[in-house]
Structures are given as structure tokens and as C-alpha cells.
Ligand binder design. Sequence first.
Ligand code: HEC
Length: 187
Amino acid sequence: MKKISLRELGITVCISILLACFGCQKVDYEVIAKGITKEAKTNLTEKLTTSIAAGGTVQAIPFCKQNAVAFTNTLGTKNGVLLRRISDKPRNPLNVVSDEERRIFLEISANQSKEGEYPTKTVTTEDFVTVYIPIPTAGLCLQCHGEPNLDIKKDTLKILQKEYPGDLALGYRVGDLRGLFSVRFPK
Ligand code: HEC
């Protein structure tokens, strides 16, 4: 067997270290995005539950209207990303998907697993990396996003119609894809 010279060994070790370092430095955008949106979900759900407990859905709706977008924006800025909640059928028109986002929404929605999980998608362009994270509909959501008069009570529906005249975010069932978090990282 050919003996490896000290020089060859040195070169091999150096290359291995370099490769390992490049491996470590690769930013895992998906993991970071999931961390940020987990914080957003926990916080929004906590705020929502507290607000419903304090004054019912009727009081929680104006609360959402005043706080949801601002809270999401602030959390994004704190983490150096552009964080949005988007939907193909938004309640707040500010949250509507663009044409490209609609394609991504439909793709994620069509790829629900047998267990009911939706996939995450990462899109890389020259300037940004954007991670899209699914927001599925849970039981708690139906009182404001379910069937009018069946899941959504009359007085809740009335206030929704008053606050959001063009509301599209109705008629969902548990497990439906309600929206996506879009987490955009500058490159
Ligand atoms: C108390 C009523 C209420 C409940 C319960 C509720 N929502 Fe909403 N939801 C709202 C309101 C009001 C808005 C619009 C907020 C705004 O103006 O930005 C909204 C907006 C959203 C949006 C942003 C897209 C859009 O439609 O504008 C998503 C996504 C969303 N809700 C998901 C959920 C999920 C998931 C749940 C259950 C975990 C849930 N909501 C429960 C009232 C509610």
C-alpha cells in the first residue's frame, strides 16, 4: 500500500476542516423561520384566548383588528425579517396573497399529508430567501372563521361584518389551510 506523505495528510486534513466549516456556516433559514413563527403563533393564540376569555369573541375581534398586523410586523423587525400572515381568502385585505404567493398557497394546500400536515416551502431569489409556513385551521378558529350561524354566532358575525365588510375568511373547517406565514430574509 502507498504510504501517505505528511504533506498529503496535511492537505487532506485542511480540506476536511474547510468543508466542515462551510457546512456549519450554511444558514438554515427554515429552522430560523420556524422559530420566529412559533413565537408568533404562541403569542397570537395566547392574546386571542385571553381576549376571548375577558370579553368573548365580540371583544376579541376589534382587539385582533388593532393588534394582529402590528404585532406580526414588530416581531419580524425584531428578528431582522419581513414577517407577514397571508391568505388566499383574507379577512383583512392587507393580508392578501400576491399572484406568486397564491401559486405557493395552492401548492402547499394540495400537498397535505395523510396525517393532515402541510409542507413548508422555501423560495430563493437573488435578493431574498422566503420561507412559507402553513397555518392550519384548528377548532378554536371556527368561532370566527367557520360557517356563519353554525360555528359563528349571530352577534360575532355582526361585528365581523361591521369591522370587515369584504371579509373572505369564512367557511373554514378544521384542518383547512387558513393561511401562511411568509418569513422573508434579506440575503
Ligand atoms: C375572535 C375571533 C377570531 C378567532 C377565534 C380567530 N381569528 Fe383569525 N382573524 C380574526 C380577525 C379579526 C382577523 C383580521 C386581523 C387583522 O385585521 O389583521 C383574523 C385574521 C387571521 C389571519 C390573517 C389572514 C386574514 O384572513 O386576514 C389568519 C392567518 C388567521 N386569522 C388565522 C386564524 C387561526 C389559525 C385561528 C385559530 C387558531 C384564528 N385565526 C382564530 C379573528 C379571529
